[in-house]
Design a binder for this molecule. Structure first.
Ligand SMILES: Nc1ncnc2c1ncn2[C@@H]1O[C@H](COP(=O)(O)OP(=O)(O)OP(=O)(O)O)[C@@H](O)[C@H]1O
Ligand SMILES: [Mg+2]
Length: 252
């Protein structure tokens, strides 16, 4: 088996009811090494809930998650922490610590989770900030950074942990339009460097150009799954293509 054929993340039959309403219904997917899978679908479809269930930020009611072939036993606190240390999570609203500088935001988990010394963690944080084009912004606080820069710090923080997979939940949707490109460029570089990623987004041009596969979600179900050139092919009668056409009509 080639290394890139290896399934890194496998999700089987995840369901979740919230407030008495079924939000996720038997969702299954897998992401192989180096793949970028893109999750799309209307607002309220359940994309964020699915990503948060995969990271167990929201515990799923049923279903299994495997990382590198190992079943996650979420009841085991130590195993859950280990799992999370290998899964990067990027949120729409960055989730940075406001009282820490960019460098400290990246370094903190290296010290607390990886047990690195202050010096080692600082060196690694500067390296990762350099990788997202922010070496010179390392001493600045989130309030002194643009949205695009804040999101790049969040990506640097995820990268510093050497994640096996990164989950991204609409990483550009809180950004002013002129800042979207700089964040997508970083994600594009990660994809071409072979990073394994699962990303919810409404950026259809990006998905079309870079996704190995698109997963289309509606009413809590993954209803279509396939390569962008198949799901979005001229004349194909897929929900994905229909959704994409409506986004274009709305000028998204
Ligand atoms: N804690 C909760 N209690 C009840 N319902 C919830 C809760 N959290 C989310 N929901 C509902 O779950 C559904 C899916 O929400 P989710 O945020 O996962 O959708 P989404 O696909 O990420 O949408 P968007 O594109 O707007 O981000 C929505 O109908 C939402 O109202
Ligand atoms: Mg969402």
């Amino acid at each position: 088996m080639r290394a890139e054929d290896k399934v890194v993340l496998q999700v089987q039959g995840i369901s979740k009811t919230l407030g008495g309403k079924p939000i996720l219904d038997n969702c299954s997917l897998s992401v192989r090494r180096g793949e970028l899978k893109v999750l799309i679908g209307p607002s309220g479809a359940g994309k964020s809930t699915l990503l948060q269930c995969i990271d167990c930020l929201i515990p799923p009611d049923s279903g299994q998650i495997w990382l590198d072939g190992e079943l996650l036993e979420s009841g085991d606190r130590k195993k859950l922490c280990e799992f999370r240390a290998h899964v990067g999570m990027i949120f729409q609203d960055f989730n940075l610590f406001d009282h820490l500088t960019a460098e400290e935001n990246v370094a903190i988990a290296l010290r607390k989770v990886r047990g690195m010394s202050r010096r080692e963690a600082k060196a690694r944080a500067l390296e990762e900030l350099g990788r997202v084009g922010l070496a010179r912004r390392a001493p600045l606080y989130p309030a002194q950074l643009s949205g695009g820069q804040k999101q790049r710090v969040a990506i640097a923080r995820a990268l510093a942990m050497d994640p096996k997979v990164i989950l991204l939940d609409e990483p550009t949707s809180a950004l002013d339009p002129e800042l979207v490109g700089e964040v997508l460029a970083v994600i594009r570089d990660l994809a071409s460097g072979g990073m394994t990623m699962l990303m919810a987004t409404h950026q259809m041009d990006f998905a079309r150009a870079l996704a190995t596969e698109i997963l289309f979600m509606e009413h809590g179900r993954l209803i279509e799954q396939g390569a962008p050139e198949v799901l979005l092919a001229e004349g194909s009668a897929t929900r994905t293509r229909d959704f994409c056409a409506r986004l274009l009509e709305m000028g998204a």
